[in-house]
Ligand binder design. Structure first.
Ligand SMILES: [Zn+2]
Length: 565
């Protein structure tokens, strides 16, 4: 038995994924593609065993580690999303690496299961071989490399498709290979300067784009009867609020939406526009405005959402809150915004809020625990009466707790944020656009998985965001009211960039020709979001249309209103 331990462990690892292979085979059916699939499967499996017989311990251990990490990555992704890891999702994950710490927290059970499940592979390859294969040593070392290259070639030809059902340890390695290739062969041209014509006066007011994080349009009181109190529904002295209702996001992943909000990519032409046309900062500077970026999510000067050092050069004031706890960062952002609105400069301000990204256990203070029972508080302390000790396993009961914690977070990070802004800011010379980067899958229908967004097979709520325009009562900008009735519940993130340019005084005809329609005209929007944003190597994006008749909204008022409102 011990003599065959190596082979036994690798076989056990491969067999644990039998349902994954047969799912692929049953989709393919009998035919020539099946022959190719089986051939590919056999070649990759042989290469795997050859890896395990490499005689040089160090080289064998390195391959064992690489394949183990790759397999665990694939497994954890599948457990978390209940979905297959596509190349597009892989690229989105690489770009959103900044959330890795939080992901480790929310998904730690899935990660532990994935690591334990991968151990037979790690040990199986790593163990000292007791047999000698009748093959030259160099060929054995080359085998795993050739396996990854072979799969990469197939993926390259098939625009990222073709790894499904094959031994999983190769898939992320092949994706990484493709990603490296694409990064090296970036054929994007240089970024153009501002060429659009401006008409009229200098901009005499502030323009603010508030990009919330993971705030689903269906959880706010402005859109749903039992939505969370946002402070955007009731009138406030001195301002007008135009609620564009439900809007479609650009994508269901933060990075993809954010970069497109800053560069104006359209549904039909976002790759070229995002990589070669001017940023919103460049347009603002050209319009004579001061530019301010408030990033409440990152610290220490780290850039996110594909912002480059070159882009940052056009930002006059770059704000992060290194000394503030995550729970209080949106309030710090509110304070900074109030300060900017109360000075007399005309600024373009873009804010990335903390919002309600997972984990939401502790993103709100105790006084805002209006919805109960909720997720356990603190790392080990239990504040709730649920008896739930170890956080989150993705069962329906867990999601019920999660939704309550999410609503408490919204009450704080949206409701209280706007409460402070309306109370303390001088909005006479202010124009704010409020939205979120994407919506959330809060698993109201009992669908499996631990994820809330970025999935490759999203629910409609993942692309459902709020869209609100807030303007000082005396300020004359665009005629919001004229198109409001027609655009409400029918517009999208794609209408925001042209709106910002029109606000800055750029000529509407020129703006529309490149960036599409602003909110001041009938938007005639597709009402779809992109869930294969990183469609690479010739693949096409995938668009999900949102049918508002199938949207789930919260069904309960808070059990106890801890907050006096
Ligand atoms: Zn996000």
């Amino acid at each position: 038995m011990i003599r065959y331990l190596k082979e036994f462990l690798i076989a056990v690892y491969l067999l644990t994924h039998y349902d994954y292979y047969f799912e692929r085979i049953s989709v393919m059916g009998i035919g020539f593609p099946l022959v190719l699939f089986v051939a590919m499967f056999v070649v990759l499996t042989i290469a795997l065993f050859m890896t395990a017989y490499i005689r040089q311990s160090l080289i064998r251990h390195l391959f064992a580690l690489a394949m183990f990490v790759s397999a665990v990555f694939f497994d954890v992704y599948s457990r978390v999303t209940a979905d297959y890891l596509t190349y597009s999702s892989f690229v989105s994950l690489v770009y959103s690496g900044g959330f890795i710490e939080e992901a480790l927290y929310q998904y730690r059970d899935a990660i532990i299961s994935g690591v334990l499940g991968g151990l037979p592979l790690l040990i199986g390859i790593g163990l000292k071989p007791r047999r000698r294969m009748p093959v030259p040593g160099a060929l054995m070392v080359a085998a795993p490399v050739l396996g990854v290259l072979l799969l990469s070639a197939v993926l390259f030809v098939r625009a990222g498709e073709g790894a499904r059902g094959l031994p999983v340890m190769y898939t992320p390695l092949a994706y990484l290979n493709l990603f490296a290739y694409e990064s090296l062969h970036n054929t994007v041209g240089p970024r153009e300067p501002v060429n659009l014509a401006r008409i009229g006066q200098p901009v005499g007011h502030d323009i603010v784009l508030v990009i919330d994080e993971s705030i689903s349009g269906n959880y706010l009181d402005i859109n749903a009867p039992f939505g969370v109190h946002s402070n955007l529904k009731e009138p406030h002295a001195g301002v007008e609020i135009f609620n564009y209702g439900y809007a479609a996001s650009i994508a269901n992943c933060s990075v993809d939406t954010n970069v497109t909000l800053r560069y104006g990519g359209t549904r039909g032409d976002y790759v070229r526009i995002n990589s070669t046309l001017p940023s919103i900062w460049q347009y603002a500077k050209k319009a004579g405005m001061h530019t301010v970026y408030i990033d409440a999510q990152r610290t220490g000067g780290n850039l996110q959402n594909l912002m480059s050092a070159a882009e940052k050069k056009d930002i006059d004031e770059f704000v992060q809150f290194d000394q503030t706890s995550v729970r209080d960062r949106d309030m710090a952002a509110a304070a900074k915004l109030i300060e900017l609105l109360n000075d007399d400069k005309s600024q373009l301000v873009i804010i990335n809020k903390v919002g309600a990204h997972f984990p939401v256990h502790d993103k709100y203070p105790d006084a805002f625990m209006a919805y109960r029972p909720t997720l356990p508080r603190g790392q080990f302390v239990e504040v709730t009466d649920t008896g739930e000790r170890n956080g989150f396993n993705g069962q329906p009961d867990d999601w019920m707790l999660y939704r309550n914690a999410y609503k408490n977070t919204v009450l704080w990070n949206v409701g209280e944020f706007f409460s402070r802004v309306f109370a303390q800011a001088n909005l006479n010379n202010a124009l704010l656009i409020y939205t979120s980067d994407h919506g959330q899958d809060l698993h109201e229908r009992g669908n499996p998985g631990l994820n809330t967004h970025c999935g490759g097979d999203p629910v409609e709520e993942e692309g459902l965001v709020p869209l609100v325009v807030i303007q000082g009562s005396g300020l004359q900008t665009l005629d919001w009211q004229a198109a409001l009735a027609g655009n409400k519940d029918r517009s999208s993130h794609y209408n925001i960039f042209p709106t910002l340019l029109q606000l800055m005084g750029y000529d509407l005809t020129g703006v529309e020709a490149v960036y599409g329609k602003p909110l001041s005209v009938p938007t005639a929007d597709d009402f779809t979001f992109n869930y294969r944003f990183n469609a690479r190597l010739g693949a096409k994006p995938e668009w999900k249309h949102i049918d508002l008749n199938s949207i789930v909204t919260p069904s309960q008022a808070p059990a106890s209103m801890a907050v006096g409102q």
